[in-house]
Write a protein that binds this ligand. Structure first.
Ligand code: G
Ligand code: G
Ligand code: MN
Ligand code: NA
Length: 250
């Protein structure tokens, strides 16, 4: 049986779930919200990481249904939290190109009652590549609802600077590879410094991903990076566990 057939059944059979990873202010540790990360518990293969099935979901078009499921689940969940924390949802370029995303976002917000200001959408540069004009229009329409938009995996693409200047992003997420290389390669710190300066000068928030050590957190604080995410601050966990741990109250 092909993996794509299994994936087609995954939503209906309740095999997909969302893990939430905390995002905090670097300087104070104040909690800002959570990123929703998709998980697939395959009946025979166990947990399959998104890196391994999202490309397949994109090739088959299944990402449209899966992405809609993640967005709805994350908004439903966040609407039950007693504190007005944000929830960040990853979007595939395929969703951006092949669906009416502004309408979906408006519909899901209306259904779940989540305040639009609590939702953030994470996009990579590939989403805005194929049709820049349409992408700019879609982003403007989405932002008009009050939802924020972050440029994910910043620094790993082809024309990061151009993308940043041409589209109305609210936040840059510096790819974790930069944070993790900083202690072996000091030039990486220069890159982080430049991205922070660029982001701040454009009035954007800058989030560093993949923070695993207190040293990395301290370095990012010194560089003026305002937001952070990573195992040091919290590992992705199911909502149930975050509630059981007292991190989130309903
Ligand atoms: O924990 P991590 O293995 O969750 O995620 C790996 C990659 O999968 C990340 O690049 C992340 O952006 C992507 N990813 C996680 N959840 C989703 C999702 O719901 N939709 C999309 N399109 N990508 C996701
Ligand atoms: O969407 P994005 O590419 O930003 O997805 C974040 C990915 O990074 C997920 O796979 C998540 O599980 C992973 N991640 C989050 N924090 C850390 C960390 O501190 N170290 C490492 N190696 N990966 C992390
Ligand atoms: Mn992301
Ligand atoms: Na990322």
């Amino acid at each position: 049986r092909a993996m794509s057939a299994d994936l087609r059944d995954a939503i209906a059979h309740g095999q997909l779930s969302v893990a939430y990873q905390v995002q905090t202010l670097v300087s104070t540790g104040e909690r800002l919200g959570y990123e929703a990360l998709l998980r697939w518990d395959h009946p025979r293969h166990g947990f399959i990481p998104p890196d391994q099935f999202i490309p397949l979901a994109e090739e088959t078009g299944l990402i449209l249904d899966i992405g809609e499921w993640v967005l709805r689940t994350a908004c439903e969940d966040a609407a039950t939290w007693s504190q007005p924390l944000t929830v960040a949802v990853n979007l595939s370029a395929v969703q951006f190109i092949h669906s009416d995303l502004p309408k979906l976002v408006r519909d899901v917000l209306a259904e779940t009652g989540l305040n639009p200001r609590r939702l953030e959408l994470e996009l990579t540069e590939t989403a805005v590549f194929s049709d820049a004009e349409r992408a700019r229009h879609l982003l403007q329409e989405i932002k008009a609802t009050g939802v924020k938009v972050a440029l994910d995996d910043f620094g790993t693409g082809y024309s990061s600077l151009d993308t940043l200047l041409s589209f109305p992003f609210d936040k840059i997420k510096i790819d974790k590879s930069f944070i993790q290389e900083a202690h072996v390669n000091p030039q990486t710190i220069a890159i982080i410094r430049a991205v922070v300066a660029l982001g701040r000068s454009l009035g954007l928030s800058v989030l560093a991903e993949g923070i695993e050590s207190a040293e990395q957190l301290h370095m990012l604080d010194m560089e003026g990076c305002n937001e952070g995410q990573g195992y040091l601050l919290g590992r992705p966990a199911p909502l149930k566990q975050l509630v059981a741990d007292g991190a989130i109250t309903l």
